[in-house]
Design a protein. Structure first.
Length: 406
């Protein structure tokens, strides 16, 4: 009897020991999460995401970015973007918190973050502070004191109470959906799309802004702005052009199967063609590719072909990124690999020597049935620019219809 009692005691103790060593089971609690990335100068770059039946949705103003590739093993969580290579890698502290790094492996970049469940406010508000209204158009200069880095932009904002949405348009594209607050004399705006993490902070008056733009934790630059409701950026169709001495635009680059494709191929002759200079890492390019994929399906008589300039370190990884983009967008037009290992625009221009420069990803080249370049559009006004995006689409479709009728 005594032996049986000792045996039962040993089984009980072993069982208790096993329970003590068993790993806690973590999961992504339903509802809203607030993530704060740690950038420079002790600043926090916040964004929100909410859980869905298939994963999560990242929120930037009215934009919703679905993410479905989420893995949780013990206390570790990995959130991989559906299109971009960016990954949020974290470890749960408890069921309400996890922390880690936002990683972009090809660029060797890591940005620390903390994610907290149940928080639904992007920037914390102070109800006692007054409101400065920033709605309207702002003539903006980034890096105003640097000849090398200086560039112009147009800030376009809407405001309801303290809540601000909008974007900065530049000659090469827009900074997509920005969201934040204006209170006291301070403006704070942020966006996170899995490729870029942007934070804008500024001291404002009724007519001026003086601020800082943070991109992740690897770059920051000052900016100044003044109200100017009539301000417009240079014409996007006058920035890039065919250099003297070149009669045609052509190239030869491979597809994923190793087939070399060119505009001079027989199956390309006598057709209206649209050439897109882009990269799978580029949010403006994704906005443009989304629209082009939709348009090309409805208008198969117009031939689209994209040239991808990738910073992925290997050809294999670059083609994986291209394939992921095409699957996500259900895109059927070819995307050729023009360059990998860098997205440097000077090197891109070496691949396309007939252009005066490659100023922007994306850039679109319109070619008529006779093979003549009829228009080159630098940059892209995406959905975050509102009416500018609608204007672009109408002009794009009207112009292609004219080329088809010729």
């Amino acid at each position: 009897m005594r032996k049986l009692s000792l045996l039962l005691l040993m089984i009980f103790l072993i069982s208790c020991g096993k329970k003590e060593k068993k790993s806690s089971v973590f999961y992504l609690k339903k509802g809203s999460w607030r993530v704060v990335l740690k950038v420079q100068d002790g600043k926090g770059l916040p964004f929100l995401f909410s859980t869905t039946n298939t994963g999560i949705e990242i929120h930037n103003a009215e934009e919703r970015i679905p993410v479905t590739d989420i893995t949780i093993i013990n206390d570790s969580i990995t959130i991989k973007m559906d299109v971009y290579e960016g990954v949020l890698k974290g470890v749960f502290t408890n069921e309400h918190t996890f922390s880690g790094e936002f990683v972009k492996a090809s660029l060797n970049r890591q940005v620390p973050f903390v994610a907290t469940h149940g928080e639904e406010i992007r920037f914390v508000k102070d109800d006692k502070k007054t409101i400065t209204n920033v709605a309207g158009n702002w003539e903006t200069v980034f890096s105003p004191n640097s000849e090398t880095d200086r560039y112009i932009a147009k800030g376009v904002f809407e405001q309801k109470g303290k809540q601000v949405t909008g974007t900065f348009r530049t000659t090469t594209g827009d900074y997509r959906y920005l969201e934040g607050i204006s209170e006291g004399n301070q403006l704070k705006l942020s966006t996170f799309d899995g490729a870029h993490a942007f934070l804008f902070t500024a001291t404002v008056t009724d007519s001026t802004m003086t601020g800082m733009f943070y991109s992740g934790n690897h770059w920051k630059e000052p900016f100044i702005a003044k109200r100017n409701e009539s301000y417009e950026l240079p014409n996007a169709e006058e920035l890039t052009y065919i250099k003297e001495g070149f009669d045609t635009f052509d190239f030869t680059f491979p597809d994923a199967n190793g087939n070399m494709m060119s505009l001079s191929d027989k199956n390309m002759q006598g057709k209206v063609r649209v050439v897109q200079i882009m990269g799978t890492w580029c949010p403006n390019c994704l906005d443009e590719s989304t629209y082009y994929a939709e348009y090309s399906k409805k208008n198969p008589e117009v031939h689209f072909i994209a040239l991808a300039f990738e910073y992925a370190k290997t050809k294999e990884k670059a083609f994986q990124n291209i394939e992921r983009l095409q699957q996500k967008l259900h895109s059927t037009y070819p995307i050729l690999l023009a360059q990998y290992g860098t997205s440097d625009k000077k090197k891109a221009q070496e691949k396309l020597p007939m252009l005066n420069h490659v100023l922007s990803y994306p850039t679109t080249i319109f070619i008529d049935k006779k093979g003549k370049v009829r228009r080159i559009h630098t940059g892209f006004n995406g959905p975050a620019t509102g009416h500018k995006y609608l204007e672009f689409k109408k002009d794009f479709e009207d112009f292609l219809l004219m080329l088809q009728k010729e």
